[in-house]
Structure formats: structure tokens, C-alpha cells
Design a protein around this ligand. Structure first.
Ligand code: SAM
Length: 334
């Protein structure tokens, strides 16, 4: 079969799957309590793709060239039986399996996830200072417990990356502290620019600490040198500590957008397919799935969607597009 490519020649390689829109944190920049409170209408259980439906869709994607599946959310570890989903996905040949988590439930789940066949976890950790961390997650969750989760994941044999979103005035004082904590460990730390996506409490460009500045601050503490990108689809620019203490990455999604190599599709927990993080409307897959569509029919639908794809929102960002409605980060999973 001809390899799949979109209108800009980009292949389809990664599928990010949000398996729930619920989360046990209320990070102030992502799911603020004022919006995601008691009355918030989260997706109902019947609206979520079942674990079997998710695995079926993933299998079809794999037949179209997807090589990496990342589970996300909401918080993927609050979905019941996530380990079983990992097992089902492990049954698809040739897939790398990763999961993005806030780490809160990793101490009790890491072992089972590794046993089920997960390869990697990315742990979101925006502060190493306990008071700052508790204020950011807004559920008074201690940073120590996330660090235990990271240790549990590593002990279970999972490869671990740490992602830190930086918002000026909220946690930019944590850049050097986080770098210090993970220098010289096997875990790669990456800093992410705060994006204008979902419910971001009136995002302003001033809130973004540009990747260049993040690198400068770390470089002033421990000199860095740039590393080559590994693949066109790499989202992070990598830097090496000159003293040999490993590397650190920055994801400049705002100041240096990277749509050119983007080979990611995103599936929401209710089975809508988005071909861009900033896509405003997804394509419904659950309807056809539940109406009895065959694998061939679904595969043709996916092929058609990818072939028509032209998205490069981050590169086109203008004052007009900035005002358009956006999909919630907690819905699509980053
Ligand atoms: N709950 C999981 C977690 O914490 O990693 C997975 C879902 S969460 C939406 C995925 C990532 O999106 C987290 O690292 C979070 O910090 C990040 N995120 C949320 N809002 C963001 C924003 N406006 N800009 C950049 N990253 C954001």
C-alpha cells in the first residue's frame, strides 16, 4: 500500500489517545477550578470509547503506518483498567507505547503498566518546590509523591521523561531548580512554552518564557551546547550539558513552531479525531465504529482525513486565529 502523506507531505506516525477528560489535579493553567468545578459536564461513560474500541482504532492506525501510541487525558491513570488497554495495544505488532501522566498514581500503577507492556512514561512536573507545586496543581498534592512515582516507573523498567510547562510569574523560578534536580539522572527533562490552547485563563504572550530564555538561564548555571535533531518530527530542541551531566530539551511551540514535521494525530476520549492540537473540530469515528463499519471502511475514512490534512496552526498563528475557540487541553491531552 502507498505510504500515507498529507497535503504537505507529512506522514502519519504518532497517535495520541486521550482516554478520559477527567483529572485528579486542577492545574491552574489547564483545568482551573472555576471552570472545572462540581458542575462541569465531563463526558459520560457511555460516550467514551471502550478500551476495546480504542484498541481497534489503534490497530487500524497501525496498519496505516502509525508506529507510536501515546495515552493521555485528562489524567490517563484515573481511567479504570488502563493496564488492560496497554495489554490490548501491546498485542499490535511494532508499536511503541508511551503514556503522559501527572505521576500522582504512578507509585501504585507503574509496576502493572510495565508488566502490561508499556515502554515509556512522560511525567508532567512543573515545579520541584513543594509549595509552588501544590499551588499549581491546586489540589494540595505534594511534589514528593510525584518524585516517588518517577522512581517507581524507573524501578519498573519504564523509560522516563519529565515535561515542565513554564508560565512566567507562576513557575519560571523553577527552571534552574528543575534542571538541577534532573541533571545527571537517566531522565530527560524538557521545558515547554505555555501555549494558547484550551482554557488558559486569558493567555498572554507575556506569560510565555521563550525557549531561548529558558536555555540562557540554564546555560548560565551549567554551560550547554546544542545537539542535532534526531527526526523531522522531534518537538524538542536538545541541549547537552558541557560537563557531561546529560541533556535537557526545550519545546518552543509558541516562539519557534514546528508544524513542518508534525506527524501526529489525536483521538479524543469520545472518539473524535483531530489532525492538529489547535484543530477546532474533530472527525467523528465513534459513530461509524458503533454503526458497524468494517476495518476497511474505517481505514478508508482515516486515509481520506489524513490525505486532506493541511493544518499548520502554530505557524499561521495571527491575531485573528488567536481569537477562535479552542479545544480544551484536558479534552485532547496535549
Ligand atoms: N494529566 C496528564 C499530564 O499531566 O501529563 C496528561 C494530560 S495534560 C493536558 C498534558 C500536558 O499538557 C501536561 O504536561 C500539561 O502541563 C500540559 N498543558 C496543559 N495546558 C497547557 C498549556 N496551555 N500550554 C502548554 N502545556 C499545557
Amino acid at each position: 500500500m502507498e505510504p500515507l502523506a498529507d497535503r504537505l507531505g507529512r506522514p502519519l506516525e504518532t497517535l495520541r489517545i486521550s482516554i478520559t477528560d477527567r483529572c485528579n489535579f486542577r492545574c491552574v493553567y489547564c483545568m482551573p477550578k472555576e471552570v472545572f468545578g462540581r458542575d462541569y459536564a465531563f463526558l459520560e461513560r457511555k460516550d467514551l470509547l471502550s478500551l476495546e474500541e480504542i484498541a481497534r482504532v489503534a490497530r487500524i492506525f497501525a496498519s496505516l503506518g502509525v508506529r507510536k501510541v501515546r495515552l493521555t487525558g485528562g489524567e490517563p491513570l484515573v481511567r479504570r483498567n488502563v493496564e488492560h488497554l496497554v495489554e490490548l495495544l501491546r498485542g499490535i505488532p511494532g508499536l511503541e507505547l508511551a503514556l503522559t501522566t501527572n505521576g500522582a498514581l504512578l507509585p501504585q500503577k507503574a509496576e502493572a503498566l510495565a508488566r502490561a507492556g508499556l515502554d515509556r512514561v512522560t511525567v508532567s512536573l512543573d515545579s520541584i518546590d513543594d509549595a509552588t507545586f501544590r499551588a499549581l496543581n491546586d489540589v494540595d498534592f505534594p511534589v514528593e509523591r510525584v518524585l516517588e512515582g518517577i522512581d517507581a516507573a524507573a524501578a519498573a523498567g519504564l523509560r522516563v521523561k519529565i515535561n515542565a510547562v513554564v508560565k512566567r510569574g507562576a513557575n519560571d523560578d523553577q527552571i534552574v531548580a528543575l534542571a538541577e534536580r534532573f541533571r545527571g539522572t537517566p531522565h530527560t527533562l524538557r521545558f515547554i512554552e505555555y501555549m494558547d490552547v484550551g482554557h488558559t485563563n486569558g493567555w498572554r504572550l507575556d506569560d510565555v518564557v521563550p525557549a531561548r530564555e529558558i536555555v540562557e538561564r540554564i546555560d548560565a548555571a551549567w554551560p550547554l551546547e546544542p545537539l542535532e535533531l534526531e527526526r523531522a518530527d522531534d518537538t524538542s530542541k536538545r541541549w547537552r550539558y558541557r560537563d557531561g551531566a546529560g541533556e535537557v530539551g526545550v519545546i518552543a511551540s509558541v516562539t519557534e513552531p514546528f508544524c513542518g514535521g508534525c506527524s501526529r494525530a489525536r483521538l479524543s476520549a469520545e472518539g473524535r479525531l483531530y489532525t492538529c492540537l489547535f484543530g477546532m473540530k474533530g472527525h467523528d469515528l465513534r459513530g461509524p465504529l458503533r454503526a458497524g463499519a468494517s476495518d476497511v471502511t474505517l481505514s478508508e475514512q482515516l486515509r481520506g482525513i489524513w490525505n486532506r490534512r493541511t493544518d499548520r496552526y502554530s505557524e499561521l498563528r495571527t491575531s485573528e486565529t488567536a481569537a477562535l475557540p479552542k479545544v480544551e487541553m484536558s479534552y485532547i491531552g496535549g
